[in-house]
Design a protein around this ligand. Sequence first.
Ligand SMILES: C[S@@+](CC[C@H](N)C(=O)[O-])C[C@H]1O[C@@H](n2cnc3c(N)ncnc32)[C@H](O)[C@@H]1O
Length: 326
Amino acid sequence: MTPCGEILAAEIRAHGSIPFSRFMEVALYHPLCGYYVAPRDPFGKDGDFYTASQVQPVFGRLIACALRQCRAAMAEPAGFTVVEWGAGRGEMAAGLSEFTYFGVDFARGGAPLQFEGVVFSNELFDALPVDVARIRGGVACGMNVGLEDDRFVWRESGPLAPEWREYAASLLPHYREEAEIWLELPVRLGRTLSAMCAPLTRGSVIAIDYGYTARELVRFPRGTLMSYRRHAAIEDVLLEPGLQDITAHVPFTYLEEAARAEGLQTGPLETLAQFLLRAGEADQFASALAADTEPESLRLRLQLKSLLFGMGETFRVVTLRKEGLL
Ligand SMILES: C[S@@+](CC[C@H](N)C(=O)[O-])C[C@H]1O[C@@H](n2cnc3c(N)ncnc32)[C@H](O)[C@@H]1O
């Protein structure tokens, strides 16, 4: 068993089955052996997956263009600050060096106590621990993680808490008639969003991620949990905790509702391609594609192509606005 597996198994033996959010939290973020904490780098060619943040410098330059547009819309405040949540290995820092920039990650880095500007995230929300519900005959029950012959297995855990029972019931009309539905419950999303926007006195939250609106749930009757290892998707998210990434698509409709509850205004949900095209068109992509040599120019054009056509339709951008106290 993996070190995270040993920790989880001991918990289950002592107290019984555990919520999936606890399993995911230990598997990804345990301070000694969690996937994102262990010395092995999960990102890039020798890791398990690529993110847009690794498509540098073009992604950083285009995000910088978008941030300049935000700063202009705010009438160029002198203290304009960019705080990136879930900064990972800090790939955005170089591209955003013209701004006062803070990278915050799980238990690393910190945001200023108050600032105006932009809170930015790329693939943060899909990495937050979720709980899991299974719905049969219109009745939802929680799905915990138990242990059987030293293997982690799903275990029914009883009725959902009222908040999540309501959440599941509100989404049920969006599915076709299915004998069984699996649904992730975004139990950490609200508090993470709160923490991200609490210090922001005025400005925007720009979150890039993959996910679904409530109306798109019809495509995911088995839920969206997925693991990644060595650039391959693995359906069994309970395998070898700590050694493979675990993600859940982001429920954008719920994210927008949580944002409105925080007093934020929600903008249209764009594809990453739409967002990057808008960011780049101000100078016809001149700053994003500026290069000293022809091979470098070709490399940057390929990067732009992979951002627009490879990731551009899969990922979406949520823009939230906080106008501040009047
Ligand atoms: C999929 S990675 C994305 C990293 C980077 N943004 C990129 O695009 O390459 C998700 C990151 O979010 C971080 N993270 C997860 N929960 C967090 C939280 N509550 N606060 C800050 N960072 C968090 C993880 O540690 C991890 O580095």
